[in-house]
Design a protein around this ligand. Structure first.
Ligand code: GLC
Length: 451
C-alpha cells in the first residue's frame, strides 16, 4: 500500500473519530472506546491453555467493581476536568496537596463490593492526570509524597484481599502531567524517557504489592504499540505476574476486550468485559444526577452473562474516599438480588435463547434462567420457539414450583402470583432435558406449513 493510500485511510479514520466526538462529547484525541484493539493474533495450543488457566476465575466471577479515584475527585467535576477546563499542569498539581482521604477508605469500597456480589476490583493507580496513587521512585507526584501521605494502592490491595476479592490495577498510559507525555510523539529522546517512566511504574506496581490479578491499561495516546514498546511491556508484566490477565488498551490484543459504556460481545472465543458508570461520570462528579436504576444495572449484568461477558461497574468516590450514597444504595439493592439470584449469573455458559419482550435469559448447562423484567402474573408469561423439552420450572427466589405447558409453539407458565415475587427482576429456573435452544422462526414456519 502506498503512502498516499495509507494517509487517506488514516484521514478517514480520523474523520470517523471526529464523528464519535459529536456523539460523546469527548475529544478525538484520546477517545477510548474499547474497539480500538489490535487484531487478535493466532495463538498456539499452549498459549490458549495458559490463557484459559489464567482467566478461569474471571469468567466465573462475571461482576467486578471499577474505582476511579484521584485528584479529579477533589475537583468533583469529572476525571477529564484538567483537559476539559484547560487547567495547566502546574496549576492542577496543587490539588495534590489538598487530596486528604480518610484512613482506610478502601475498606468501605471492598465491603460494598462484597455485599454487591462483585468478585473483583479494579482501581485507578494512575489516571490521565498523571498522579500516582502508589509509591514510586520516579516522581514526587504521588500519594505518599503529597496530601494523602501514604500509599493508597497498598491500602486498596489490602482491603480487597481482606474481603477475598481479586485485585486489579487500572493504569493510564496517557499522562497529562509528565513533560514528555505529548512530546514523545515527535521527539525520540522524549519517547525513550517517557516509555522508561511508564515501564518503571508498571514494574513497581507488579513488584511491590504481591499477587495482582488484572492489569487494566487505558488510553495509549499518543503512541502506537511500537512506540510504547507494548510487546516488551507485556513480556515484563507476565514475567513478574505469571497468572495475571491484561486488557487490550496498550494497542495489543491482550486477554480480553473492553467495550465501554455499552454491552457488546467480542467475536466468538474472545473474552470481553463491559465497563460502565452508574451515572455519566467515572471520577466523582458532584452534580451528575443521571443515576441508573438498580433494575437497569441488574438487566445489564444479565445481558453480559447471556453472552459470556463480564460487567465492570464503576464507583467514583469523593475526595475523602467515601462512596456517593446513590451508588451505595444501588449496589446494596443489586447485592440483595445477587444473594438470591447469583446462581443465574456466576459460572454461567453462553446462552442461545434470547427472544422475549418480558425478560431475558442466562444458562448453566441444561438449566435456563428466565429473568422476567415485566411481570404479567396469572397465565400471562410465555416465550416462543423453545425446541428443548422442559422438565420443570420454579421461582428462584422462593423455590416455589411453577406450573407450565409446552407445545411446539411456546412454553407458557401458569397460575403466577399477581405481584412479582422478586425485585427488581424475577427469575424462573427452567430445567430442560438438554441444552436449551430457541428457534426464533419456528412458529412462523410452522404456521406456513414449512415444518
Ligand atoms: C475512557 C476515559 C477514562 C475512563 C475510561 C474507563 O478511557 O478516558 O476517563 O477511565 O474510559 O474505561
Amino acid at each position: 500500500m502506498g503512502t498516499n493510500q495509507l494517509s487517506r485511510r488514516n484521514c478517514l479514520k480520523l474523520l470517523g473519530a471526529g464523528a464519535a466526538v459529536v456523539a460523546s462529547g469527548l475529544p478525538a484525541v484520546a477517545q477510548s472506546t474499547g474497539s480500538q484493539s489490535a487484531p487478535v493474533p493466532q495463538e498456539s495450543a499452549e498459549q490458549k491453555a495458559d490463557r484459559e488457566r489464567r482467566m478461569k476465575w474471571w469468567h466465573e466471577a462475571r461482576f467486578g467493581m471499577f474505582i476511579h479515584w484521584g485528584l479529579y475527585s477533589v475537583l468533583g467535576r469529572h476525571e477529564w476536568a484538567m483537559e476539559m477546563e484547560g487547567i495547566p499542569a502546574a496549576e492542577y498539581a496543587q490539588f495534590a496537596r489538598q487530596f486528604k482521604p480518610k484512613p482506610a477508605a478502601a475498606r468501605e469500597w471492598a465491603r460494598l463490593a462484597k455485599r454487591a456480589g462483585q468478585k473483583y476490583m479494579v482501581m485507578t493507580t494512575k489516571h490521565h492526570e498523571g498522579f500516582c496513587n502508589f509509591d514510586t521512585k520516579t516522581t514526587d507526584f504521588c500519594a505518599p509524597k503529597q496530601g494523602p501521605g501514604r500509599d493508597l494502592v497498598r491500602e486498596y490491595v489490602e482491603a480487597a484481599r481482606a474481603e477475598g476479592l481479586r485485585v486489579g490495577f487500572y493504569y493510564s498510559l496517557m499522562d497529562w502531567h509528565h513533560p514528555d507525555g505529548a512530546r514523545c510523539a515527535t521527539d525520540e529522546e522524549a519517547r525513550r524517557r517517557f516509555v522508561e517512566y511508564i515501564h518503571t511504574h508498571l514494574r513497581e506496581l507488579l513488584t511491590n504489592y504481591g499477587r495482582v490479578d488484572v492489569l487494566w491499561y487505558d488510553v495509549a495516546w499518543p503512541l502506537d504499540a511500537k512506540g510504547w514498546e507494548s510487546e516488551r511491556m507485556n513480556q515484563m508484566v507476565f514475567q513478574l505476574q505469571p497468572d495475571i490477565i491484561v486488557n487490550n488498551r496498550n494497542k495489543l490484543a491482550g486477554d480480553f476486550s473492553t467495550p465501554e459504556q455499552r454491552i457488546e460481545a467480542a467475536e466468538a472465543g474472545r473474552a470481553w468485559e463491559s465497563c460502565m458508570t452508574m451515572n455519566d461520570s467515572w471520577g466523582y462528579q458532584r452534580a451528575d444526577d443521571a443515576w441508573k436504576t438498580p433494575k437497569q444495572i441488574v438487566r445489564n449484568l444479565i445481558t453480559c452473562a447471556h453472552d459470556g461477558g463480564n460487567y465492570l461497574l464503576n464507583i467514583g468516590p469523593r475526595p475523602d474516599g467515601s462512596v456517593p450514597p446513590e451508588s451505595v444504595a444501588i449496589l446494596n439493592t443489586v447485592g440483595q438480588w445477587m444473594d438470591r439470584n447469583g446462581q443465574s449469573i456466576y459460572v454461567t455458559d453462553i446462552c442461545q435463547p434470547r427472544r422475549s419482550r418480558n425478560g431475558s435469559f442466562t444458562r448453566r448447562g441444561n438449566t435456563l434462567y428466565f429473568h422476567v423484567h415485566f411481570w404479567p402474573g396469572g397465565d400471562g408469561l410465555a416465550f416462543a420457539g423453545l425446541r428443548t423439552k422442559v422438565k420443570s420450572a420454579r421461582l428462584l427466589a422462593t423455590g416455589q414450583t411453577v406450573a407450565f405447558e409446552q407445545d411446539d409453539y411456546h412454553v407458557r407458565f401458569k397460575g403466577l402470583p399477581a405481584k412479582a415475587p422478586d425485585e427488581p427482576v424475577t427469575t424462573l429456573v427452567v430445567e430442560c432435558e438438554s441444552e436449551p435452544k430457541q428457534d426464533e422462526l419456528f412458529v412462523r414456519r410452522r404456521e406456513r406449513g414449512a415444518v
